[in-house]
Write a protein that binds this ligand. Structure first.
Ligand code: ZN
Length: 146
């Protein structure tokens, strides 16, 4: 799947790092930058709100890379990986420990872990393994407000 970080402003590097982390964590799906003129599966847009993700189906949607959490001290690469986790079908798992990527902000500003844990990786592998086998992904839009 492809992503377009042209609207990610100062977070472009964090987006690339988050994508690289997922690429080294799972095999059934890989994230690549969209080439110019190509319609990306995922768009990342920097704004001044709280980070959130609009999922429009497994592997597609829009990430709003909100500066509010960054201003409060949350780690930008963890935010990137977490929001990409929503795009990859993972829900929030809150409250939770720093070892969980999807525990999000509940792990506190001191948590800088950007890596999914074994269960989170397995869930993404399962979801995309099924897609690869011909199953159709649920397309109901869903907003994750964190
Ligand atoms: Zn979240």
């Amino acid at each position: 799947m492809t992503y377009d970080a042209s609207g990610a402003a100062e977070f472009k590097d964090a987006v690339a790092k988050g994508a690289a982390i997922w690429n080294e964590s799972v095999v059934n799906v890989q994230l690549k930058p969209a080439t110019s003129g190509q319609r990306a599966n995922v768009r990342i847009i920097a704004d001044n709100g709280w980070p959130r993700t609009l999922s429009t189906g497994l592997g597609s949607g829009t990430i709003y890379f909100g500066r509010q959490a960054v201003d409060e001290g949350y780690n930008t690469v963890r935010i990137s990986s977490h929001e990409l986790g929503h795009i990859l079908g993972l829900p929030d798992m809150k409250p939770g420990p720093c070892s969980s990527l999807m525990s999000g902000s509940t792990a506190g500003v001191s948590c800088t872990n950007p890596y999914p844990n074994a269960a989170e990786k397995a869930e993404v592998e399962d979801d995309f393994g099924l897609v690869g086998a011909g199953a159709t992904a649920a397309a109901a839009p869903r907003m994750y407000r964190d």
